[in-house]
Ligand binder design. Structure first.
Ligand code: CA
Length: 433
């Protein structure tokens, strides 16, 4: 995918809110999502400023023509799996058409204006029917801080390490996290069963699979980018007490499966072309294996994306105090690129399907402010954290965490992702609701 007219920083929209400085959704972004309003059926839409272009209405009124109409029909479904199966060239045709329709001076404005829905009144749904969810481990700094011996595991330099997550409990932003109940080791070493005492978040990038592969057929590293449809923000909520007790030797299970949150807008691979970054340079002897290496991936497989986590307590919100930003990090420092994750995932012939979701792993960097989960910030529970005049070690009931991201580069319009937000609710009484 290359830079084209849709990335032109001088392009403005007749939707005025899309031209405001700081908006996540200028005309250069045009992310896709699934929404409903006024009790209507969920359907595909494109974010523009503080509005959603209703693709079902737009198709109905004849706004899309030719190839773009076929793609828009796939994109107007109640899930974006069919669209993602069509691949990035199809998404590019839809993007070019939507950009032309929404550009200042467009002759289509009169037909398009009735197809706009205020974002504030819409309910967002999951963007795809997520058949499978995989969570990776891509930050060296996260790995070192979380490691029992301060070293990365032997395989870390050779493979993007991952585990199979729980697809059915991936929820859209805004869904509250009910504190899980489970087994964990108390400080005295005795095992207890009860409300999770060490509830954490992990700031990650979500990655959606485009066309995918057939069972048994790997995807070459140079082809891998064409199978990445787009990105969202992902909160891999982590119950550390449960996780640390259960994870040896098979990895996380109940410590992660209670819920994963994602932001509702899928920022396409093409929208992020201006923000491509080199893959992280490796120390001699720690280079990735040949089948996960290519010139294209080395030059532009990374992504320059600033990512943030904001935290508020119930008391802060009661006095209208703003949330405090507790994580400031960037995806470009990660050890593995999304294309390497996808290539590795399919390398044994595992079938990846359109609309499947990957989590990048916690996007932590080397600086204190770029520690992207509480277990790193509080040094696995050893230190307290000051937040809004209160003291925390882990998330307490009523605490709210919200992620945001911004891609910025000189000469291009900045684009954002919208929010991935969730509030922690007390766990149910033992035995059910
Ligand atoms: Ca994770």
């Amino acid at each position: 995918m290359e830079i084209n007219d849709t990335h032109d920083p001088n392009r403005r929209s007749w939707v005025e809110s899309a031209n405001l400085a700081g908006t996540d959704f200028p005309i250069q972004n045009l992310p896709l999502g699934v929404f409903s309003n006024a009790g209507g059926t969920p359907r595909g839409g494109i974010a523009i400023g503080d509005r959603i272009l209703d693709l079902a209405a737009a198709v109905e009124t004849g706004l899309f023509r030719g190839d773009a109409e076929d793609v828009a029909r796939a994109a107007m479904e109640p899930a974006l799996n069919s669209l993602m199966a069509l691949g990035n060239d199809a998404a590019s045709a839809l993007r070019a058409a939507a950009s032309a329709i929404l550009t200042e001076g467009s002759a289509d404005r009169g037909k398009a204006e009735p197809c706009l829905v205020p974002m504030a009144g819409a309910t967002m749904a999951l963007p795809t029917r997520i058949g499978s969810f995989t969570d990776f481990l891509t930050s060296l700094d996260h790995t070192l801080r979380m490691s029992p011996n301060g070293k990365s595991p032997p395989a870390f330099d050779r493979i993007p390490i991952a585990y199979h997550g729980r697809a059915t409990t991936v929820c859209v932003s805004g869904t509250p996290l009910v504190r899980p109940r489970g087994q964990f080791a108390n400080p005295d070493g005795a095992t207890a069963y009860g409300p999770e005492p060490a509830q954490d978040f992990e700031l990650e990038l979500g990655i959606f699979v485009g066309p995918g592969n057939r069972l048994g057929e790997p995807i070459a590293i140079d082809e891998a980018g064409a199978h990445i449809f787009g990105y969202c923000l992902l909160n891999d909520w982590s119950a550390r007490g449960i996780q640390f007790f259960e994870s040896t030797p098979l990895g996380p299970f109940l410590g992660k499966s209670m819920m994963t949150s994602i932001s509702p807008w899928v920022v396409t691979t093409e929208a992020l072309v201006p923000f491509a970054a080199p893959a992280r340079p490796r120390e001699p002897g720690k280079e990735p294996p040949e089948h996960l290496t290519s010139t294209g991936n080395q030059v532009g497989g990374g992504l320059d994306l600033a990512m943030f986590a904001d935290w508020s307590t119930e008391a802060m919100r009661e006095r209208n105090a703003p949330a405090e930003t507790v994580v400031r990090t960037n995806f470009r420092g990660t050890y593995w690129t999304p294309a390497q994750m996808l290539c590795h995932h399919a390398s044994n012939g595992c079938e990846l399907r359109s609309g499947d979701l990957f989590g990048s792993g916690t996007v932590s960097g080397p600086t204190p402010e770029s520690r992207a989960c509480l277990a790193e910030i509080n040094e696995k529970g050893a230190r307290t954290i000051a937040i809004g005049g209160e003291t925390r070690t882990w998330l307490e009931d009523g605490d709210e965490v919200s992620f945001r991201a911004k891609a910025e580069r000189d000469g291009y319009a900045s684009i954002g992702f919208g929010a991935c937000q969730g509030r922690v609710l007390p766990c149910f009484a033992s035995g059910g609701r």
